[in-house]
Design a protein around this ligand. Structure first.
Ligand SMILES: Cc1cc2nc3c(=O)[nH]c(=O)nc-3n(C[C@H](O)[C@H](O)[C@H](O)COP(=O)(O)OP(=O)(O)OC[C@H]3O[C@@H](n4cnc5c(N)ncnc54)[C@H](O)[C@@H]3O)c2cc1C
Length: 292
């Protein structure tokens, strides 16, 4: 299904890259303990992901959010530990799905507060015959999942841009949501955010309650436009259709001067926005656009 996307542009290239990382990771296996790394001579809480090496976390809870997506909470061995991840990071998971000889390495983006102590949460969409996503969907509380390392995304500095535009499609909301919550939860970051979130159905508008809560708390700084391609009838607060140039024209102010655009969605959506020129025509230069 067109929606998996997230592995930009060449899935094959990325898969090879992640496999190579896995091999390096095996080499690094002994170099890191399973326990969180305490900061030397400091009272700061230990961090879970401070370098390269295997970290195995126990599944604390699993919740289905729709027909193909689950939220899973993982607990840290030390309940005071924090993830230690920077904004827009993903975590590389390392799993051995049942019946497979070779391990599978795939990135997933925490949706919980990165500074939260004791746990982190992932939201994972299962793809038909998806190796890692099916394995993760098979986990129940008490099982565990191994993480190889953190992957840094776009660098973010508070107030670097007065305005950002975030464009997400389907499960591509996870890195966008991490960024949104990181900005809005930081009292010293005053960046304004406009989100355009496209999904196949209303049930696929993941994290909508959380987004609505941010909208309620930050009405001056956070706006959301939801568009649903398979919308039955009319629904208040939802537009029907894909993320189109016309839709974005109604969202972008002026020529987008000084703004940054973050995009994460299915390949077709990202291609039409970035490679086929929609963002260009809206006035954004290449350096203003980041694809997760
Ligand atoms: C930085 C980053 C962060 C990510 N964060 C999340 C997240 O938080 N939550 C989440 O659910 N997913 C996330 N993903 C996607 C995730 O890493 C996997 O690509 C996805 O779960 C599919 O893996 P799989 O092993 O289950 O599928 P595979 O076994 O690799 O593939 C199963 C089927 O799906 C197709 N497929 C696989 N990947 C794609 C793709 N990217 N686009 C189109 N078709 C594809 C394959 O062609 C095959 O037919 C992220 C990806 C990246 C790069």
């Amino acid at each position: 299904m067109a929606e998996i996307r997230r592995l930009p542009p060449s899935l094959a290239t990325k898969t090879t890259f992640f496999s190579a990382l896995a091999v390096i990771g095996i080499g690094a296996y002994c170099a890191r303990s399973y326990l969180p790394q305490a900061r030397a001579e400091s009272n700061e809480p230990p961090v879970m992901f401070s370098g390269f090496g295997f970290t195995t976390l126990r599944v604390q809870s699993v919740k289905a959010v729709n027909h193909n997506t689950k939220r899973l909470v993982f607990e840290f061995p030390d309940k005071n530990a924090r993830s230690g991840l920077s904004l827009t990071s993903a975590l590389l998971t390392f799993s051995r799905p049942a019946g497979r000889w070779l391990p599978v390495v795939r990135p997933y983006t925490p949706i919980s507060d990165l500074n939260q102590q004791g746990t982190l949460e992932l939201m994972v969409k299962q793809y038909p015959n998806g190796k890692a996503s099916s394995h993760i969907h098979s986990l129940v509380p008490g099982d565990s999942l191994t993480f190889l390392t953190a992957l840094k995304g776009a660098s973010w500095a508070p107030n670097q841009h007065p305005q950002i535009y975030a464009i997400a499609g389907g499960a591509g909301i996870t890195p966008i949501y991490q960024l949104i919550r990181g900005i809005l939860d930081n009292p010293s970051d005053q960046t304004k955010i406009k989100l355009v979130f496209g999904a196949n159905s209303e049930q696929d508008l993941l994290l909508r309650e959380e987004l609505e809560e941010y909208k309620r708390r930050f009405p001056e700084r956070f706006e959301c436009v939801y568009t649903v391609s398979r919308l039955e009838g009319e629904k208040e607060g939802l537009t029907k259709g894909y993320v189109t140039e016309e839709l974005l024209r109604g969202v972008v102010d002026g020529k987008g001067e000084g703004a940054k655009v973050f995009v994460c969605g299915p390949p077709a959506m990202e291609q039409s926005l970035v490679e086929k020129g929609i963002l260009d025509r809206l006035g954004f230069e290449k350096g203003q656009v980041h694809r997760f």
